[in-house]
Write a protein that binds this ligand. Sequence first.
Ligand SMILES: NC(=O)c1ccc[n+]([C@@H]2O[C@H](COP(=O)([O-])OP(=O)(O)OC[C@H]3O[C@@H](n4cnc5c(N)ncnc54)[C@H](OP(=O)(O)O)[C@@H]3O)[C@@H](O)[C@H]2O)c1
Length: 262
Amino acid sequence: MIDRYGPWAVIAGGSEGVGAAFAHRLADAGLNLVLIARKPGPLAETAAAVRAKGVEVRTLELDLVAPDPVKAVREVTDGLEVGLLVFNAGANSYGHEFVTGGLDRFQGVIDLNITAQLALTHHFGALMKERGRGGILLVGSLAGYMGQPQISIYSAVKAFGRVFAEGLWLEMREHGVDVLELVLGVTRTPAMERAGLNMDMPGLNVAEPDDVAREGLEHLADGPVWVAGGNYDLARKRAGFPREKLVAGAHAAMKRMLPKPS
Ligand SMILES: NC(=O)c1ccc[n+]([C@@H]2O[C@H](COP(=O)([O-])OP(=O)(O)OC[C@H]3O[C@@H](n4cnc5c(N)ncnc54)[C@H](OP(=O)(O)O)[C@@H]3O)[C@@H](O)[C@H]2O)c1
């Protein structure tokens, strides 16, 4: 792992849930880490926990949707040999019917999942290409396989990420850089718990952050897309045709999981 993707890894969204699980696994493998997130508390906590494993850790408190996130990231990473970028930040920050929702709020979902993801991938990807080695792991979602009401923009940005990863994988593989879109289903993260999702619904396949992070790192070289948590058949079904019944059926299942309006 360290020969191929070290000595430094950057985790955008590296303080909680899946991002923190990546940090622990990469530290166990001996990689030094740059962790990026907004809330200082969880960031400091995860940094201390992984530093205790004997690796170097730098933290950056940054909202990735702020203008020019690369400038802030470069202040912490210039001069480091970053062999792995994990772009994990990106859970839905705004759910609403599209036409009555706030365009600026939808824009925030796009800015994080598309603009910031592209900016960091562009910066670190170019350096990896020059070196002729490295890895880029983008965290995606099963939501990106079909549109859903209230989260139509989130579904669309996750579809963008997956298709982007496929093209990038083709471009980078001849330069020794692995690219993987790691597709997650429902995963027990602090963000999901704060959103009040009912994860105990019978029949729901809920993954644990450490399991999906392990799968992602194990399959980093098996791009362009890896569907984690045993959801491969579901992803394949969701990608199928005809669309009308598929989309309506998935929505009915999703409604059972959402918190009841109070
Ligand atoms: N959890 C699920 O059920 C699920 C299902 C499918 C896909 N996914 C995908 O898995 C990834 C992780 O999701 P998650 O549930 O852990 O939630 P998340 O809200 O994306 O949080 C993950 C990490 O990103 C940081 N983060 C979030 N927004 C940020 C921003 N604007 N700027 C900088 N850092 C930011 C968070 O810390 P701060 O909040 O302190 O910034 C945290 O460390 C996402 O890409 C999501 O789409 C999750």
